[in-house]
Design a protein around this ligand. Structure first.
Ligand code: AMP
Length: 147
């Protein structure tokens, strides 16, 4: 069996994110693999087909969200010794962007938490589930407890 060579940590900055991050860091060290990190900023629900625009479209708001996320990502990158060129920030659907970046960057293991900010409503978080179904590489869902 080949060692993993490039591991991608999906970071949602949630309460238990550090457990997921430490597992990714541990595996990267164990396999002497490259470690990258990705965060996806959700698209703002600015319109709804049923009742039209709910808030005026404001591109600055997206810019501000991206800037704040970039700062958080840089802090996490520093904490995990991940250089800037391995920190990925996207906007859109978390599961789709994680899978797309994994393919573009030739990642062979994606590490996600079993649950994130969306809580325990589902047996496996919606992002973890989506990544598991769509990724072409291995996916590790780190089990997070419900406390
Ligand atoms: P969830 O599906 O929201 O319960 O999240 C499950 C896991 O998916 C989290 O522990 C993260 O590893 C990953 N994840 C969820 N949302 C994001 C996001 N916006 N950016 C990066 N990773 C995410």
């Amino acid at each position: 069996m080949n060692n993993y060579q490039h591991i991608l940590l999906a970071a949602d900055f949630s309460e238990h994110g550090d457990i997921v991050a430490q597992k990714a860091r541990y595996l990267a060290t164990k396999y002497q693999a490259k470690l990258s990190v990705i965060h996806i900023v959700d698209n703002l629900p600015i319109t709804d087909a049923a009742y039209g625009p709910v808030i005026p479209f404001d591109i600055d708001l997206n810019d501000e969200l991206m800037n704040a996320a970039k700062k958080r990502l840089a802090e996490l990158g520093k904490h995990l010794s991940i250089l800037e060129d391995r920190q990925f920030l996207e906007m859109g659907s978390a599961k789709l962007e994680i899978v797309a970046t994994a393919e573009e960057q030739h990642v062979d293991l994606i590490v996600v938490g079993s649950h994130g900010r969306h809580g325990l409503a589902l047996l496996l978080g919606s992002t973890a589930n989506g990544v598991l179904h769509h990724a072409k590489c291995d996916v590790l869902a780190v089990r997070l407890q419900d406390n």
